[in-house]
Ligand binder design. Sequence first.
Ligand code: NAD
Length: 493
Amino acid sequence: MKSYDQLFINGHWVVPVKGGTFTSIDPSNESVLASVAAATAEDIDLAVKAARHAFDDGPWPRMSGAERGVVLRRIATGIRDRLPELAEIEVRDNGKPLPEALWDLEDAAGCFEYYAGLAEQLDENVEKPVALPDDRFSSVARKEPVGVAGAIIPWNFPMLMAAWKVAPALAAGCTMVLKPSEFTPLTALELSDIALKADLPPGVLNVVTGLGKDAGAPLSEHPGIDKLAFTGSVPTGSRIMQAAARDIKNVSLELGGKSPFIVFDDSDVEAAVEWIMFGIFWNQGEVCSATSRVLVQRGLYERLLERLEQETRKITIGNGLEQGVLLGPLVSRSQYDKVLDAVAKGKAEGARLVTGGNRPANLDKGYFMEPVVFADVPEDSWIWREEIFGPVVCVRPFDDEADAVRSANDSRFGLAAAVMSRDIERCERVARVLRAGIVWINCSQPTFTEAPWGGYKQSGIGRELGEWGLNNYLETKQITRYNSDKPWGWYIK
Ligand code: NAD
């Protein structure tokens, strides 16, 4: 593995001011994968000043959208050109199976291309006339970049989460400081290299690796930041919001979830089992939108559980680089312990453990666990109500549509939800009353760069992706002109 002991600030690779490093661990064997630069408040200050200078005096915000689009397309090509290598880095840093890492990287490249297109369109739509009821005046609404963005991201989709923030921010004309998770910092550093080779001007994208308290907190508190874009847990999101409140920074938050999946008893049982499993076991269940609470109508309940158990037991667990593996290790020791604790809690709370929860017999090192199915999970239990963020699905029966909707909506989260039935009208009806930012019908998880992404309730504020993602990084300015020769008439009559 190459060295990752420098930060990317103002278009240069620099050693952190205090010279610190931390280690990134390969979760499949618990060995040290890389020594990584640990930024502190001094480095954050340098990175924010570089981004500030690039915004206030540099070419990037003053370029046309089409010109910025050219650079974004070069970044997309830079990712595509290195797909296998970047995917391997992602697997070794995060643990996910290689085909899923390849999806993420393809999606990340696609995200840069998509926002290149929106940057181009921005040139035509940058100013829109506003109709006024007084013909002495004319007015336009103009879109301008919000300024310097600070982006803080989690470890579950390292490159993709970076793309979801960097691509729209750059398309809008913002400059930025990106802090990846300390558990998966490597591909964000590779992205810096790709941006450098794509001729992104210095200071437009700065990447600072480091711990949450040492690098994330000073970034969220820095007065030189205009906008904070955060993806991560609810408690950290709350801290970010408090930091932003001090000097009224614009803030968008993508937080956790405990998303329901309602399966009516007219559903095809095989399709239901596959979508349920994909909805909770892909990416080891370390997915904010994972459909971790499954509500099954009583008529199908036992049959579905039987098939879910059979298929779950067949899942191949192992190093994500090995062919055929569907479930890699969890990302870190702390996440592994947290998920194992949740399984113990579930058993103590009276849920029926259908399968899973042990370390696979053939894997004595690494953060591996058998995927878990809990049935008859009490509605007031911790495992039903709280985000576990691992391969643990909680299932319970329901009687009718009203009961299912009530139970699905009974959560402090509201990121995603899914509903399955052969009765499409029923699905459409239920989709409209679920209190969630994303609702899937007859599937779970498919995500498109074009469509809005974000949560209700404690799952977040604002939307990423699509045109909504671009608007996150744009201010709207009103320019109003007085066109009359006549005096205004306040004191000149
Ligand atoms: P986390 O909140 O622990 O960390 C996220 C990021 O915040 C990391 O980069 C971390 O270093 C940083 N951080 C930690 N403390 C900080 C502080 N005091 N100030 C500033 N930054 C700080 O979350 P995680 O464990 O990395 O990710 C898992 C969580 O992310 C889950 O709750 C999951 O649901 C959520 N998530 C949400 C989405 C979404 O789109 N809604 C997507 C992915 C993950």
